[in-house]
Design a protein around this ligand. Sequence first.
Ligand code: 13P
Length: 249
Amino acid sequence: MRKNIVAGNWKMNNELSQTETLISDLKKQTKTSNAEVMIAPTFTNLWHAFEATRDHDIEVIAQNMHYADSGAYTGEVSAEMLKSVGVKTVILGHSERRAYFNETDELLAKKVDAALKNDMRIIFCFGEELSDRKSNRHEKVVESQIKNALFHLSNSAFKQIVLAYEPVWAIGTGETASPEQAQDMHAFIRKTLANTYGNDLANSVSILYGGSVKPNNAQEIFSKPDVDGGLIGGASLNAEDFYAIVNAF
Ligand code: 13P
């Protein structure tokens, strides 16, 4: 059975005291939906966030990791380090990592393998640019991003994978994919999974939508049959807005 998930990607926002305040505000909110709730603070605040949510059902997750276990990789963080501060889930392949830090499908495949080797769950992000959509290449682009980074995996590995479709043109722009555009792409992704791994697996993988999800559009997007939740940027920095989205199921 696939799960509904709402994950807040805080990106490079919130230093320690802001993290404390936001978590304390989040803990005051009431959850009325069945969605799993996750937050992804920056690396320096993961341990604090983990401690602060010990008595709560918010899961603290990471925004990125390196593929090596340890070694001479100045400035990087490994799966082992994440696990040692309680993190069990990592976001990989975010379009900002792909665009600003040159993360390629090949590199992401290595990160995926490293996360799985460490028994971590992965929220794997992908999505097309505006030019791809305008030239009607969006499905091809998404298909190749997924295939190149994930299709070397066994069926059982997909138990650890959550997919997140985030069209680049909708991230931080206030422009959302329409619920129909999101549904069409999610159905395409599921069909792509089914073609290689079979229907049972395709129907068991949660597919999140990300890109300007807000309290006023979440319900319509989440009502689509192949949309299992959201990866939320800007609106996850406000506790009330974030829980309005969590409760939109
Ligand atoms: P916004 O919700 O700010 O558009 O960001 C989406 C995103 O990139 C989540 O990973």
